[in-house]
Write a protein of this length. Structure first.
Length: 486
C-alpha cells in the first residue's frame, strides 16, 4: 500500500531517491552478469538514436551495389515493383531519407493548402485522435482547440522555432480529439498528461471524431493516426482479419469527407504488418531502419492516385519531357534517400516479401522469453500487466496501466520525462548497461536486434533474456522505492 496521499508526492519522492535507485540498478546489473555486455545489448534495435547492427545480407547489398553503376531511379523502380508484387498495381511507393521526412512531404502535399493563386490563402485542418507519439503524426499543424497548444512544447531536443513547433506547415491546423474510454491523467517526475489507451471505446470514439470533423467540415483536409495494433496504443479491438477497428473507422470517415487518411507506422513492418487494403487507409509511412532493419531511411506506400503528388514532391514522378520515373530536383530533395539507403531497402523488402517468417518467428520466441521471465516477478506487479505481441512492429508490448486500478500503481513516466532525462526506466536501463527502449505512458515495447540477434537476424535467446531480466529487475527496484511493491 502506498504511503502517499497524492500522485505528485510519489513522483517527488522518486526524484529524491533517483541516485539510490540508479546505484541499486548498477549493482543488480553486476549480479545478473549484464556488465560484460555493457552498452552492447538492448531492449530494441528499433530506436533512431542507436540503430541495430545490419544483417549480413543487408550490409552485403550495399557492398555489392556500390561496385556497380546503378541509376537511382532504377533502384526506386525496383522498390515500387516489390511493393506492387504484394499490394497490387493500384498501389505505389516512394522512398525517403527518414520517416519524419516522409510524414513531412506527405502532410505538405496532401493536407496543407496550395501556395499559388491570387488572394489570401485559406487554412486547412486535419483530424487526429489524442494518442501516443503526438509530436510526430500530430506535429505538422497548429493545435485546435487552443487548450492543446502546449501539448508539444517540451518534445525534442531544441525548444521554440527550431524544435517540433518549427515543422508546422503553412496555414495547416491539427484538430486533436480525445478518445472515449481513454485516460489522460497526469504522471511522471516531469508531471504531464499521458494517454492511457487500453480501454478505448472504439464505437463511441468514432462518433465523437465524426461529430468533431463535421463541426470543422469546411476546413477538413485529412485524417491521421498511428498504424500500430496493440492494446497499449488503443488498437486492441480488431476485426476477424486482425485489423484495428479504430483505423477502419477513421478510413471510412476520410472517405465520407473525400480526404486522405494517413497512417504513421514508423515502428512497423511493410507487408507483414498493417495492410492498407484491409484498413482502407490511403498512405502509410515507415521508418525502414527500425523494425525492418535497413539503412537509415523511410518508405511511403499508398494508393497510386495519392502517391502522385508525393512522388512529384520528391522529384521521382517522371521528367517534364515525359517519362514514367525520374530522380531529380523538387521541393523535398533535401530528404533524398541516396544510393546506400535504396540498396538496403531493396534487400529488406525482398526479405519481407519472400521470407516473412524470418521476422515473425523472432517475435514468437521473444514472447516466450518475456512471458517466462514475467512469471518470476513480484506477483503484485505481474497482476497488473497486459502482455501482447505485434507482428506489425516486431515487438512484445508490456502495458502496466492496470496497476493503477486499485489506487497508486507502478510509476508511469511521461514522454516529457524521456526528453528531460527524468525517466527512471529509460535512464535506469542505461545505468545498468542496457540500451533502453520506448517505455513511457505506461507502455513498454521490446524487440530483437540490438546485440540480441546474430548476423543472419536470428534471435540470440541468452542475450535477449538477459536484457529482459535487467528491465524487470529495474521495474521491481523502482516499484519498491515508489511504495508500490512491499
Amino acid at each position: 500500500m502506498s504511503n502517499f496521499k497524492y500522485k505528485f508526492q510519489m513522483y517527488k519522492h522518486l526524484q529524491a531517491k533517483t541516485p539510490e535507485i540508479y546505484a541499486e540498478a548498477r549493482k543488480a546489473a553486476d549480479d545478473l552478469g549484464i556488465t560484460k555486455y555493457r552498452g552492447q545489448i538492448g531492449l530494441t534495435g528499433a530506436i533512431s538514436g542507436c540503430p541495430a547492427p545490419m544483417r549480413k545480407n543487408v550490409a552485403e547489398a550495399i557492398m555489392e551495389g556500390e561496385r556497380r553503376t546503378i541509376p537511382l531511379a532504377t533502384l526506386v523502380d525496383e522498390i515500387r515493383e516489390i511493393v506492387k508484387d504484394v499490394y497490387g498495381d493500384e498501389y505505389d511507393a516512394c522512398p525517403v531519407a527518414t520517416c519524419e521526412g516522409g510524414l513531412w512531404v506527405t502532410f505538405d502535399t496532401l493536407f496543407s493548402p496550395p501556395i499559388s493563386g491570387r488572394g489570401d490563402k485559406y487554412r486547412a485542418r486535419y483530424i487526429v485522435p489524442w494518442e501516443k507519439h503526438m509530436h510526430h503524426q500530430a506535429g505538422y499543424g497548429r493545435p485546435v482547440p487552443p487548450k492543446y497548444k502546449e501539448i508539444l512544447a517540451d518534445r525534442g531536443t531544441t525548444p521554440g522555432e527550431f524544435g517540433f513547433s518549427g515543422k508546422r506547415l503553412d496555414n495547416l491546423d491539427v484538430v486533436i480529439v480525445p478518445l472515449e474510454g481513454a485516460k489522460y491523467d497526469l504522471h511522471g517526475i516531469k508531471y504531464h498528461p499521458v494517454p492511457m489507451l487500453t480501454e478505448v471505446d472504439v464505437e463511441a470514439s468514432l462518433e465523437v471524431i465524426a461529430a468533431t470533423a463535421e463541426s470543422h467540415a469546411p476546413y477538413v483536409s485529412g485524417f491521421a493516426s498511428l498504424a500500430y495494433d496493440t492494446p497499449g496504443y488503443g488498437y486492441g479491438a480488431k476485426d476477424e482479419t486482425g485489423t484495428p477497428l479504430l483505423q477502419k473507422g477513421l478510413a471510412e470517415l476520410a472517405k465520407e469527407f473525400d480526404v486522405p487518411y494517413v497512417l504513421d507506422n514508423a515502428w512497423g513492418l511493410p507487408f507483414v504488418g498493417h495492410d492498407l487494403r484491409k484498413s482502407g487507409g490511403d498512405v502509410i509511412i515507415y521508418s525502414m531502419d527500425k523494425a525492418s532493419g535497413s539503412g537509415t531511411s523511410g518508405l511511403i506506400i499508398g494508393r497510386e492516385d495519392v502517391m502522385v503528388p508525393i512522388r512529384r514532391g520528391m522529384g521521382f514522378h517522371g521528367d517534364r519531357y515525359g517519362t514514367t520515373a525520374s530522380y531529380g530536383k523538387a521541393a523535398y530533395v533535401m530528404i533524398d534517400p541516396g544510393k546506400e539507403a535504396l540498396l538496403t531497402q531493396v534487400a529488406v523488402l525482398k526479405d519481407l516479401r519472400d521470407n516473412p517468417k524470418m521476422y515473425t518467428e523472432q517475435v514468437d520466441k521473444l514472447y516466450e522469453i518475456v512471458t517466462s521471465e514475467l512469471d518470476k516477478v513480484h506477483p503484485k506487479l505481474k497482476q497488473g500487466l497486459l502482455v501482447s505481441k505485434s507482428y506489425n512492429s516486431g515487438t512484445v508490448e508490456i502495458n502496466y496501466e492496470n496497476t493503477w486500478k486499485e489506487g497508486m500503481g507502478f510509476p508511469i513516466f511521461s514522454i516529457e520525462d524521456m526528453y528531460a532525462g527524468s525517466h527512471l526506466l529509460q535512464v535506469g536501463c542505461a545505468q545498468m548497461g542496457i540500451i533502453a527502449t520506448i517505455s513511457y505512458d505506461g507502455n513498454i515495447f521490446i524487440s530483437p536486434g540490438q546485440g540480441t540477434s546474430d548476423e543472419e537476424g536470428n534471435l540470440d535467446e541468452e542475450k535477449m533474456r538477459l536484457a529482459v531480466k535487467g528491465l524487470l529487475t529495474l521495474m521491481e527496484i523502482i516499484g519498491r522505492n515508489a511504495g508500490f511493491l512491499s
